[in-house]
Design a protein around this ligand. Structure first.
Ligand SMILES: O=C(O)C(=O)[C@@H](O)CO
Ligand code: MG
Length: 250
């Protein structure tokens, strides 16, 4: 079985933020990811990770997309200054929290200018922080209408042009199924570029096992491929308590 991590921005959300770390550890997770850790001092998050023996898999670069504003600036022409200051900010958090990965969000944009922009911006970030691994993740257009990276093949084309070893693809079974219909086929096609995996069922982004994706087969393919990163549960449990949604892990 792959190594599973809990995205505690969505899992254990029935608990206050600092209590989610213990709940994740008690449920058997050895690592967590946090979408936007910026509302709380990094030292508080660090203490909670250490107290519960948890690795931090991933954080997103700011700005938080729950404010209704731009979900990132990587592909937004004219937003280069803001992009660079957001990257500097996430790197300050990364210094304290040591996440394995930073997910950089593209923002609302379209067209050739936007693609040129995301290529330039990610090359800048990759060269500015050569020891940090960055990811790009397509988000499906139902959940994020207008988001630039809305297709896995577009993301692969951008990664070809970015051409940096520390920028890779974040595969999410929920978005892959929403965009392309078959999450396993996306995994099979793009496996060589994938540096991080997230899982959930479409269309309601609930726990694995509630759509037609054959998760045991996907987990077997992940194991067979030699992927040795984390597989993060990133879903909104259909159950009142997160623990009751974890049958897919066992
Ligand atoms: O929405 C997703 O899927 C993610 O992984 C998030 O990082 C976007 O905020
Ligand atoms: Mg995701």
């Amino acid at each position: 079985m792959p190594r599973f991590a809990a995205n505690i921005s969505l899992l254990f959300a029935e608990l206050p933020y600092l209590d989610r770390f213990r709940a994740a550890a008690d449920a058997g997770f050895k690592a967590v990811e946090i979408l936007f850790p910026y509302d709380i001092a990094a030292k508080e998050t660090r203490r909670a990770l250490m107290a519960n023996g948890l690795d931090l898999v991933l954080i997103n670069a700011p700005p938080p997309n729950y404010t209704g504003g731009q979900p990132g600036y990587a592909a937004v022409p004219g937003g280069e200054g803001r992009f660079q200051s957001d990257i500097r900010r996430v790197l300050r958090y990364a210094e304290a929290l040591k996440p394995g990965l930073i997910h950089v969000m593209a923002g609302y944009a379209s067209g050739a200018d936007a693609q040129d922009c995301i290529v330039r911006n990610l090359q800048w970030a990759a060269d500015f922080a050569p020891h940090q691994q960055f990811t790009l993740e397509p988000l499906n257009p139902v959940s994020q209408p207008g988001y630039f990276l809305n297709d896995y093949d577009l993301a692969a084309a951008c990664l070809d042009r970015i051409d940096r070893p520390n920028v890779g693809l974040q595969f999410d079974s929920f978005h892959a199924r929403m965009i392309h219909g078959d999450a396993q086929a996306v995994w099979d096609r793009l496996r060589d570029r994938i540096v991080h995996i997230q899982i959930g069922s479409a269309p309601d982004r609930s726990e694995p096992g509630r759509d037609e994706t054959d998760f045991p087969a996907l987990f077997a393919a992940i194991d067979d491929s030699g992927y040795d990163g984390w597989v993060s549960a990133e879903y909104t449990p259909s159950t009142r308590r997160t623990e009751a949604s974890l049958h897919w892990m066992r």
